[in-house]
Design a protein around this ligand. Structure first.
Ligand SMILES: Cc1cc2nc3c(=O)[nH]c(=O)nc-3n(C[C@H](O)[C@H](O)[C@H](O)COP(=O)(O)OP(=O)(O)OC[C@H]3O[C@@H](n4cnc5c(N)ncnc54)[C@H](O)[C@@H]3O)c2cc1C
Length: 305
């Protein structure tokens, strides 16, 4: 891929050819990025995007807690946002967070300043960029409930501001153009006692610890529930998968979690193909037993091995 690196514009950050991505992903699988870009700051990223030939694809990763990077790696440039993109500050009842900030930090900051509404972020192990893209949420609260607006860069390096409505949110899904790189978001909090907010965060973390395999190499919920929260008799993926007899099912080094069967785990030596293939086995079995077509929540990106 050395010819691709020669087509890269001048930057202040780092450009790394053939950079392994697996160590950064929660699943710990996948191939290399043709080029990995670690921008120094938002202006560096904007200048880079403006100068990068448009035929070169760009993919952004946050904490990689909701992706399977395929074994053949990712074509073009992968952008990983550096700590310069992770600042969090508070303005009256609003929390303003850089897109590389961990969701948990946003909820902790809100608690410190006596703002409620963002407790659910402490249950999501990704970054704000990933939360904006995925409409991340848990226990009946989601990003769409608290987002006011976000700034982003287009593939051509132009700054844009998106309102909550522009994201076209639905359950774990956004209609915002795939090419956009989110840079910063503004969230609305509601004044409350810091101790009360902290207590709710602790309760939520305890509930999650009990129900999810959060210490495994996993990618979170594999499939989106077919019905959004609040639907009467909501169909849940874990139940459909359990009823299809797939709890604990294996393919290579991949396994359907025994603890929560909407989670796939890498038991140690799985490839991305094992994990994705097992996900397809689950989808086929659920279709056969219940007629439901499960929609992947986990993003699968890159080239097959
Ligand atoms: C143990 C575990 C538990 C989980 N529990 C939950 C849960 O309760 N609720 C929930 O909603 N999710 C959950 N997840 C999934 C995951 O944490 C969320 O989807 C999270 O929002 C993904 O953020 P990320 O930074 O890891 O994004 P990544 O996985 O890196 O990327 C996900 C998508 O977002 C895009 N993206 C990332 N950053 C940006 C950016 N700056 N600009 C534009 N696009 C961007 C990527 O291109 C990709 O398409 C869980 C995951 C794990 C491993």
């Amino acid at each position: 891929m050395s010819d691709l690196i020669s087509r890269m514009p001048e930057v202040r950050g780092k450009l790394l050819p053939d950079a392994e991505l697996a160590p950064f992903t929660w699943f710990r699988v996948g191939g290399a990025a043709d080029v990995l870009f670690l921008p120094e700051d938002a202006d560096d990223l904007a200048d880079f995007l403006r100068a990068l030939p448009l035929d070169i694809p760009v993919t952004v990763l946050g904490a990689a807690s909701n992706v399977i990077v395929r074994d053949g790696g990712i074509e073009g440039v992968v952008v990983r946002l550096t700590p310069a993109f992770g600042k969090v500050r508070v303005n009256q009842s609003q929390v303003i967070a850089g897109s590389a900030a961990l969701d948990a930090r946003v909820s902790q900051t809100a608690a410190r300043f006596g703002l409620s509404g963002m407790e659910f972020f402490s249950g999501v192990p990704g970054t704000i960029g990933g939360a904006l893209r995925m409409n991340a949420g848990c226990y009946d609260r989601e990003t769409a409930d608290v987002l006011i607006e976000a700034t982003a860069l287009t593939r051509k390096g132009q700054w844009v501001t998106l309102s909550n409505r522009d994201f076209g949110y639905s359950y774990r899904h956004s209609e915002a153009p795939e090419e956009m790189i989110f840079i910063e978001a503004v969230f609305q909090g509601t004044p409350d006692k810091p101790e009360a907010v902290r207590e709710r965060i602790e309760a939520l973390k305890a509930r999650r610890e009990e129900a999810q395999p959060i210490r495994d190499k996993t990618g979170g919920s594999t499939f989106a529930n077919p019905d959004p929260p609040g639907t009467p008799d909501q169909r849940k993926c874990w139940k459909l998968i359990d009823e299809a007899g797939m709890r604990g099912a294996r393919r290579g080094g991949a396994q359907v979690s025994e603890k929560h069967c909407n989670f796939l785990i890498n038991t140690g030596d799985a490839t991305a193909a094992d994990i994705e293939g097992l996900g397809e086995d689950v989808r086929a079995k659920v279709k056969e037993t219940s007629g439901v077509d499960l929609r992947w929540e986990i993003k699968r990106i890159g080239r097959a091995g």
